[in-house]
Design a protein around this ligand. Structure first.
Ligand SMILES: Cc1cn([C@H]2C[C@H](O)[C@@H](COP(=O)(O)OP(=O)(O)OP(=O)(O)O)O2)c(=O)[nH]c1=O
Length: 202
């Protein structure tokens, strides 16, 4: 059984392109970066902590399935080494979107797969580059009013109306949305889950 350790509807939708049946068991973890923690180290640590916390929760629910595989992910927007998470307010979103205006930034999406015993653990960080056009303060305010930036790293969604800010993206589009499908299929295969076999009618 595959268990998605995420409350993100995007991740659920993306994973369902690769696997027909899986459970969802999100885990609450502290997402505060450590002082002077490198962005790449941070996103990997987050994905690992989410996967491990979900495995622990699963064990505590006395679900004794030794073949359970957990998958977790973390997406952060990184600009000049600064990690931008989800905005807690309009003011935070405004600061973030002003920082992203008229320039390039990175989107880092990490992946972690592990088994219930945590004996097997695989991680991957996928980095994409996104270029934004110039944004005016009025546009930033109007964008906030759409309700889209609220639960998104960096305060935007490339898959939504935020796409009108994106001049170009290089790397993995699905990673920017929340789950890198190519790398996910590769790590799933390492855990014995083959997406083509899963998705073809049996
Ligand atoms: C940059 C970007 C982020 N996002 C989303 C993906 C993630 O859901 C969110 C980043 O926050 P995360 O902390 O990675 O994920 P989450 O809190 O939504 O879910 P969970 O930790 O339970 O897995 O931002 C988009 O949907 N589109 C985008 O273009």
């Amino acid at each position: 059984m595959l268990i998605l350790a995420s409350a993100s509807p995007r991740r659920k939708e993306l994973l369902s392109l690769l696997v027909k049946e899986f459970e969802v068991l999100p885990a609450d973890i502290d997402e505060t970066p450590n002082i002077s923690e490198d962005a790449g180290d941070y996103v990997i640590r987050m994905a690992q902590e989410k996967a491990k916390a979900s495995a622990l929760k699963y064990q505590q629910q006395a679900k004794d399935n030794k073949r359970a595989v957990f998958i977790a992910s973390d997406t952060s927007v990184v600009v000049d080494g600064l990690i931008l998470g989800k905005p807690a307010s309009f003011d935070e979103a405004k600061v973030m979107l002003r920082m992203l205006s008229g320039r390039s930034h990175q989107v880092m999406t990490s992946l972690c797969l592990c088994d219930l015993s945590l004996q097997r653990l695989a991680t991957k960080n996928v980095i994409s580059d996104v270029v934004f056009r110039d944004l005016s303060d009025l546009e930033i305010e109007q964008y906030w009013q759409t309700g889209e930036p609220q639960d998104k790293a960096g305060s935007y969604a490339i898959q939504g109306v935020g796409s009108i800010f994106v001049e170009c993206v290089s790397g993995s589009y699905s990673a920017v949305v929340g789950l890198p499908l190519f790398e996910t299929s590769q790590l799933l295969a390492q855990f014995g889950i083959n997406s083509l076999r899963e998705m073809s009618s049996k």
